[in-house]
Every structure is written in structure tokens, then in C-alpha cells.
Design a protein around this ligand. Structure first.
Ligand code: CP
Length: 332
């Protein structure tokens, strides 16, 4: 091959790579133009695209001016530390601005206004809306009434898709491949919205999942049905110690006290699992302990100092992932 042919071939290759990048971007933006509502809407390509975009944010030290002049509204009808503040931090780090409220008590919902009317108002003040609500259908309802993208920041016991996306970023950034992953998901699998979204996102990969919970708090049938449809290898168990040595990741969750109709049922299961320093002895070198937080008693504080405990690093990965999401959804 002569020099001219070599240059032509290289230029063609660069052209194809650029064209693919632009096509991926257009396809993602078009698919998610109404926002991010459910993990069920994501294919493996969609997830890998966002992971790539989040890694670009990390490489740029989470600094950008991509959303200069844009406004994000954060409407939180339920308490939050990580999700609201990381979305707001992500927006500022992209050069944008934020408006919003952190409790339904300080919005006109308190006066009887509907979610639909709130959304039809706030869409005029912002370029995108992040919503957390105690009703499972709140985010999808909001998306039906909104001209601007809606991002589900937690809908009752239903879903928390952006948490699951940052969880996958954490797993991959901390040295694990998603294909071939042995992951235990433990705690409140019935009411825990983060695990519903996580299980669904993981079902796009070749994973082995151990669902560990008291019998009363097992994964919902609707999620298990999807996993079966996608031929995901999973087991449901009630004890974790026997499988600690096979796990790459143990993803723990809080027992969701606020979702129980019967407080006595909560009292029966609240201390079902308490991960302690002794449990770490059984684990592989590359084992990592995750938790979406907040934690209550399910991880003993003495475990925090271990390099295998990555739940606070996990909070950091919320920034690049949410920057990637906002940049994709809010940039025209
Ligand atoms: N992980 C999570 O959703 O935390 P917050 O409730 O603090 O937002």
C-alpha cells in the first residue's frame, strides 16, 4: 500500500468513527427526548453509550460549559441528599443553573394542585425537570404533560433509573466487567426502587445475580418475569454468608421503613442483615461492597475504612453520570 492509499484509508476510518459517534448521539437523544423514566427503556447500547459519556466527564475533571444558559428544575416531593444535590452539582458543573423545591410542603401541591398542572407550569421555567415522588407513576405521568425532558429521580417503590446507571459506572470504574459479574443484591428487594432499576439494567449483560432477602421482601414478580424473559441467571436466597466467597460485588440496601403498611412487619425484618468486618474475611481481593445510601444499621461503620467498601465513591460517580445524562437530554 502506498502513502496516499494509507492516508485515504485512515481518513475513511476517522470518517466512519465520527459518523458512528454522531449517529449514536442522534439515536440516544431521539429515543430519550421525553426523558429517563424507567430502566426498562434501556438497551445494552444505550447503557454503554451513557457509560462512555460519563467517562468523558471524568476525563475532563467533571468540568464543562455545555449547558451554559440552561435551567434545570428539581422537584423533590420526598427527602433526598444524594440524588438532588448531585443533580444540582452536575448542572452547575455543566455551566447551567438550577431552580426547584425539596419538599411538597413548599409547593402549590400543598394547596391541592395536580402533578400535571405543576409540570405544565414548571416546563415554562426550565429546560428539563428532575422529579422524585412517592407515587410509582409520577414520573411517567409528568412526561405525558411536559414539553421538556423528565428525569425520574425515584418514584415510590418503583424505580430509580439514574441511581442504577451510576451504579453500573461505579462497578466498571472500580475494576469489574459487567459481563461475567457475580453480584449479590441484598436487603429490601420488594420496596427498594434502586434494586428494581439495577436488576433490569443488569439484565442487558451476562451476569449471575443472587437476590438475598427475607422471604417477605423478595423481588417483585414483574422484575423476575423480565429477567426470565431475558434468560438472566439468578437465584433467590435468604442467607448471604455461604456465597460471600463467590461474589465480585455485594449491593446492599436499607429496609425501607417508610414503605411498610404494617410497622410490626418492619420491626420483624429490620435487622435481617448486618454486614460486619468479619464478613469481609471471606471475600475475594477484588470484592467490593456497594450501597445506594442512606444506610441505617445494615452495614456496620467499622467496615467503612476497608478498601472494599466503595459506597462513598459510589456517591462521587453520581456526578459524572448525571452530568452525562443532563448533557444528552438538555442539549439541543
Ligand atoms: N441513593 C439515593 O437515592 O439517595 P437519596 O435518597 O439521598 O437521594
Amino acid at each position: 500500500m502506498n502513502k496516499t492509499d494509507l492516508i485515504t484509508n485512515n481518513l475513511n476510518l476517522i470518517y466512519i468513527i465520527l459518523l458512528n459517534l454522531i449517529l449514536d448521539m442522534i439515536m440516544f437523544k431521539d429515543k430519550f427526548k421525553e426523558g429517563i423514566i424507567s430502566a426498562r427503556d434501556f438497551t445494552r447500547d444505550d447503557i454503554e453509550y451513557l457509560l462512555k459519556k460519563a467517562r468523558e466527564m471524568i476525563r475532563n475533571h467533571n468540568k464543562s460549559q455545555l449547558l451554559n444558559g440552561k435551567i434545570l428544575a428539581t422537584l423533590f416531593f420526598e427527602p433526598s441528599t444524594r440524588t438532588r444535590l448531585s443533580f444540582e452539582s452536575a448542572m452547575y458543573r455543566l455551566g447551567g443553573n438550577v431552580i426547584g423545591f425539596h419538599s411538597g410542603d413548599v409547593s402549590s401541591i400543598k394547596k391541592g394542585e395536580s402533578i400535571a398542572d405543576t409540570i405544565r407550569t414548571v416546563e415554562n421555567y426550565s429546560d428539563g425537570i428532575v422529579i422524585r415522588h412517592n407515587l410509582e407513576g409520577a414520573a411517567i405521568l409528568a412526561s405525558k404533560f411536559s414539553k421538556v425532558p423528565i428525569i425520574n429521580a425515584g418514584s415510590g417503590s418503583g424505580e430509580h433509573p439514574t441511581q442504577a446507571l451510576l451504579d453500573l459506572l461505579t462497578i466498571t470504574q472500580e475494576g469489574h466487567e459487567l459481563d461475567g459479574l457475580n453480584i449479590g443484591i441484598m436487603g429490601d428487594l420488594k420496596y427498594g426502587r434502586t434494586v428494581h432499576s439495577l436488576a433490569v439494567l443488569l439484565s442487558n449483560f451476562d451476569v449471575n445475580i443472587y437476590f438475598i432477602s427475607p422471604k417477605e421482601l423478595m423481588l417483585r414478580h414483574r422484575d423476575k418475569d423480565l429477567l426470565q424473559l431475558r434468560n438472566v441467571k439468578y437465584k433467590e436466597i435468604t442467607k448471604y454468608r455461604d456465597i460471600l466467597n463467590v461474589l465480585d460485588i455485594l449491593y446492599m440496601t436499607r429496609i425501607q421503613k417508610e414503605r411498610f403498611a404494617d410497622i410490626e412487619e418492619y420491626e420483624r425484618v429490620k435487622d435481617a442483615f448486618i454486614f460486619s468486618k468479619e464478613d469481609l474475611v471471606e471475600t475475594k481481593d477484588k470484592f467490593r461492597l456497594m450501597h445506594p445510601l442512606p444506610r441505617v444499621t445494615e452495614i456496620s461503620p467499622e467496615v467503612d475504612d476497608s478498601e472494599k467498601s466503595i459506597y462513598f465513591k459510589q456517591t462521587y460517580y453520581g456526578i459524572p453520570m448525571r452530568m452525562a445524562i443532563l448533557a444528552e437530554l438538555l442539549l439541543n
